[in-house]
Design a binder for this molecule. Structure first.
Ligand code: BV8
Length: 239
């Protein structure tokens, strides 16, 4: 990827999965209206009360695996972009669900980790998980017991693949943010980084995000409406 031209970087947030039935964080019924971040999404919380943290992620993992939770038209429109642009396209998501992959996206950077993966705090191995954690299970790689944590980036932890992300932001010609409130860092800084490198920046969201003024263009509406429309018009103009 080092010298590939990056035509477009897309950053998605919880809003892209909302119409698939997955809660966002800061909307009316969002996750952070029911839990305090410091109680369920920080290494300190996990150290002091792993049970509460495990049950927070176990509930979200079980919900993600329910039959009615399926990718939506916004996820599918991004697959179409990847199919046409190939490795000139980079999809970064703040989401920990696997809906982009289930829609058909083949290269997804999960900068905040993945709900369906666990990480061993003893050997560091990352393995698939679909069941509840915190039930005395052992690591499939080193066999140590009670060492698995959700493979999630908590507040105060370094997001994943940041070098690759900042390299792409420094040379992309389009940066598109979809369904994110622009409140969590460093993801909320990506738009400025991209525009400093001369990229065209567009925000697709239900409403104005916290960093809306950093975007060259904003298109508001539900993701399943505005994302397919954006992709269709981008691909039509591109030929
Ligand atoms: C770090 C995993 C440093 C958990 C998450 C400045 C610089 C750097 C850091 C900081 C900084 N200032 C503050 C910080 C600290 C902190 C931070 O940002 N705090 C915030 C609260 C101010 N950042 C960190 O701690 C990060 N780490 O910086 O490490 C470091 C340095 C060296 C060495 C070690 C460490 C780590 C942040 C990652 C935390 N983990 N997720 C989990 O998922 O359980 S973040 C969490 O917020 C989720 O991942 C979520 O994806 C993310 C962002 O939220 P959104 O996706 O935007 O969701 P939200 O609900 O907010 O918004 C949804 C949007 O969708 C809304 O705008 C809504 O209108 C829209 N919408 C709704 N419906 C629809 C829709 N849009 C379209 N269609 C619809 N239908």
């Amino acid at each position: 990827m080092a010298d590939t031209v990056i035509e477009m970087v897309v950053l998605t947030g919880a809003g892209v999965s909302k119409e698939s039935g997955i809660n966002t964080f800061r909307d009316a019924e969002g996750e952070w209206t029911k839990y305090r971040i410091e109680d369920v999404a920080s290494p300190e919380a996990f150290a002091s009360n792993p049970g509460i943290v495990h049950s927070f992620y176990n509930a979200r993992r079980a919900h993600l695996l329910e039959a009615e939770v399926q990718p939506n038209a916004a996820h599918r429109a991004l697959v179409q972009l990847e199919e046409v642009l190939g490795d000139r396209f980079m999809l970064i998501t703040q989401n920990v669900d696997d809906l982009h992959e289930r829609a058909g996206s083949r290269r997804v950077i999960h900068m905040h980790g993945e709900l369906l993966k666990a990480r061993c705090t003893h050997c560091g191995a990352v393995t698939d998980v679909t069941v509840d954690l915190g039930q005395g299970e052992s690591c499939p790689t080193c066999a140590q017991e009670n060492t698995l944590r959700p493979h999630i980036v908590w507040f105060g932890e370094m997001p994943l693949q940041m070098e690759e992300i900042f390299q792409a932001l420094g040379r992309c010609s389009h940066f598109i943010a979809i369904g994110t409130s622009g409140t969590v860092y460093p993801a909320a800084l990506f738009v400025e980084h991209a525009s400093k490198s001369g990229a065209t920046t567009v925000e697709l969201n239900l409403e104005k995000s916290e960093n809306a003024r950093s975007f060259g263009e904003s298109i508001y509406g539900p993701a399943t409406t505005v994302v397919p429309q954006f992709v269709e018009s981008y691909l039509r103009r591109r030929v």
